[in-house]
Design a protein around this ligand. Structure first.
Ligand code: PLP
Length: 382
């Protein structure tokens, strides 16, 4: 497929032609149902839960264009996208492989819910291709990874995952929330389904919860039908806000990329900072891989200061701009200690196995002036 300019696509792709009533911005279609018209099957009736109102269609077409995928469907949350996509392709007796450093909500769904659906699973190290084949079973259907791990920003051997899936007839799924399609388009690297928490960079303004799935027409249609049944549909007002947020994805991501790299370099040079995790740093163990796969490294970083948990909390408290809050991907900088938020469910052993220290600080670097952020962290660390 031709290389597209995402900055142009986010603004123009998916917009209805002709414009509805001449409106430059697609209005909110606050109507639950539509005239039957020529619909002959249930899934063709226009109804908010069936994910096919004008607001759904526009935002879905725009996302498909920027993911360079044939089709996309939006969902009520990132978890609705993940759970619905998994349940669309897995059934009783099937087996799936999951990256061993999953987003917390996904980890809980896999370990607490899949068994109830008669679906078994194994975890894999996404950076150890030699170990994947021994986990395969005749009933293995899916291999599932994330573009960057939370909170250490590790990057698995994603290219090999897509090849391994193809060679073994598996559906490859990737949670692409952290880089966003501005920085990484998994379908271009052979992934079957790219999943998003639209709550994060896609919307970018920390004011809605949303999700999305992009991929081939056939697979997205299967996910859409499962979503029609499970009901995790995005309402038109949230579609409108997601659509509005996505129109500035390119300018926001450019600034997130610059700000995070600037802050990561500053932190790495600071005498009180022990480690910094950001894929754009030459010191990142998979920096070369990230440079090959990604067009930018996103706004996420994590770091450790000397002095343990107390010192980490003191730094967080002294910061003026970053708000101490969970989640990520908005215009404002956010800071958390993952063991108190996203990873609070993990035991000491599990944290140690994952390499996540209790004093680790995660930063979702916003799009404030980079100099102001650097000055703020310098003051907080002084
Ligand atoms: C936030 C997040 C999710 C879940 O998304 P929600 O919109 O909160 O349901 C899934 N994956 C990743 C990587 C996330 O950061």
């Amino acid at each position: 497929m031709p290389v597209k300019n995402i900055a142009t696509e986010v603004i123009h792709a998916g917009e209805p032609h002709p414009r509805v009533g001449g409106a430059v911005c697609l209005p909110i279609f606050q109507s639950a149902m539509y005239e039957t018209g020529t619909a002959t099957s249930y899934h063709d009736i226009q109804y908010i839960r069936l994910n096919n109102t004008p607001n759904h269609i526009a935002v879905q077409d725009k996302l498909a264009a920027i993911e360079n995928a044939e089709a996309a469907v939006v969902t009520a949350s990132g978890m609705a996208a993940i759970s619905t996509a998994l349940l669309a392709v897995l059934r009783v007796g099937d087996h799936a492989l999951f990256q061993n450093t999953l987003y917390g909500g996904t980890y809980d769904f896999v370990t607490k819910d899949l068994e109830g659906f008669g679906i078994s699973y194994d975890f894999i190290d996404s950076d150890a291709p030699d170990t994947w084949a021994e986990k395969l079973r005749p009933e293995t259907k899916v291999i599932y990874v994330e573009s960057m791990s939370n909170p250490l920003l590790q990057i698995g051997d994603l290219e090999s995952i897509a090849v391994f899936a193809r060679e073994n007839g598996l559906i490859s799924m990737i949670d692409n929330t952290f880089p966003s399609p501005f920085n990484f388009r998994p379908v271009e690297w052979g992934f079957d389904l790219s999943l998003h928490s639209g709550t994060k960079y896609l919307n970018g303004h920390s004011d809605i919860v949303a999700g999305a799935v992009a991929g081939s027409k056939e697979l997205v249609e299967a996910v859409k039908k499962k979503l029609d049944h499970l009901g995790g549909s995005l309402d038109p007002h949230a579609c409108f806000l997601l659509h509005r947020g996505m129109r500035t994805l390119a300018v926001r991501m450019k600034q997130h990329n610059v700000n995070a790299l600037t802050l990561a370099r500053f932190l790495e040079s600071h005498p009180r900072v022990l480690t910094v995790n950001h894929p754009g740093l030459a010191s990142h163990p998979r920096h070369m891989r990230a440079a090959e796969l990604f067009d930018g490294y996103s706004g996420m970083l994590s770091f450790e200061v000397d002095g343990g948990v107390e010192a980490a909390d003191e730094v967080i408290e002294r910061l003026q701009y970053p708000i101490s809050a969970p989640s990520l991907g908005g215009v404002e900088s956010l800071v958390t200690r993952p063991v108190t938020t996203s990873h609070s469910g993990l035991s000491d052993e599990e944290l140690q196995a994952a390499g996540i220290s209790k004093s680790l600080i995660r930063v979702s670097v916003g799009i404030e002036e980079a100099d102001d952020l650097v000055r703020d962290f310098a003051r907080a660390l002084a």
